[in-house]
Write a protein that binds this ligand. Structure first.
Ligand code: CDP
Ligand code: CDP
Length: 225
């Protein structure tokens, strides 16, 4: 049997990372790990407990008190902080628009590194995030840097909201995504960037199936190596 691989998918918001990672994990019988959910859960708790979103040491102390658990599920991944399930709560626009402030604190990134590596250590995982190929799993078997134009990514989020019957403003989404990308790319610690050994995949004109097929082709090259 093929050795269970570590697959790292990085890229900006709305590139399709979680959709593709979930689909791929299901096809391969792998575990899907959404690292953005970890930063979101920390942000959610900091907002609730009024911990400064740019106070690295205070956030690290709060993280030390948290019992964060990512549990694989049929629909992807459930997230718990202690006994409380926060899977849906961490998707609010308040969390979305504040998470990159929290994520740029070095103390926060340090405090969350071991948890992420531990989740990946057995292989057989598809992990998505911003710095998986560059920092969390520098030795991953396959690294893909997925992206799409900001217009396309905002349109995808907009369509998603509309299909769920949620209010959505395309131009506002585009502004928010561009701002979050800027904060994620310009931060000093572990910025969003393509690892030197990552494959670049522009998904602007690709369907979900097209992206999955492209990654499966890359996987075959890894297996042959
Ligand atoms: O799904 P979406 O693209 O909206 O974002 P996400 O993957 O849930 O990530 C939320 C935020 O967490 C990002 O905008 C980053 O600020 C941060 N993040 C990070 O810094 N490093 C990661 N490995 C994953 C997420
Ligand atoms: O995780 P990330 O923020 O990178 O993106 P996502 O949450 O997977 O959202 C991408 C959205 O675009 C989903 O609604 C997908 O159905 C859609 N989409 C895609 O992921 N890939 C394509 N090639 C085309 C559309």
């Amino acid at each position: 049997m093929m050795k269970p691989l570590q697959i790292a998918l990085d890229g900006p918001a709305g590139a399709g990372k979680s959709t593709i990672a979930k689909t791929l994990a299901k096809k391969l019988g792998y575990v899907y790990i959404d690292t953005g959910a970890i930063y979101r859960a920390v942000t959610y708790r900091a907002l609730n407990e009024h911990v400064g979103l740019e106070d690295g040491p205070a956030l690290a102390a709060m993280i030390a008190e948290m019992d964060l658990r990512l549990v694989p599920s049929e629909s992807g991944q459930r997230v718990f902080d202690g006994a409380t399930e926060v899977t849906d709560l961490i998707r609010s626009s308040e969390v979305t628009n504040n998470v990159s402030f929290v994520a740029r604190q070095p103390e926060v990134r340090d405090a969350l590194m071991d948890l992420q590596r531990d989740l990946a250590k057995e292989g057989g995982i598809v992990m998505d995030g911003r710095d998986i190929g560059t920092h969390v799993l520098p030795g991953a078997d396959l690294k893909v840097f997925m992206t799409a134009t900001v217009e396309e990514r905002a349109r995808r989020r907009h369509d998603e909201n509309v299909s769920k019957g949620l209010p959505s403003d395309l131009e506002q989404l585009q502004r928010e995504i561009a701002l979050r990308d800027k904060r994620d790319s310009e931060r000093e610690v572990a910025p969003l960037r393509q690892a030197d050994d990552a494959h670049y995949l522009d998904t602007t004109k690709l369907s979900i199936d097209g992206v999955v097929e492209a990654i499966e082709r890359l996987m075959k090259q890894v297996v042959k190596r």
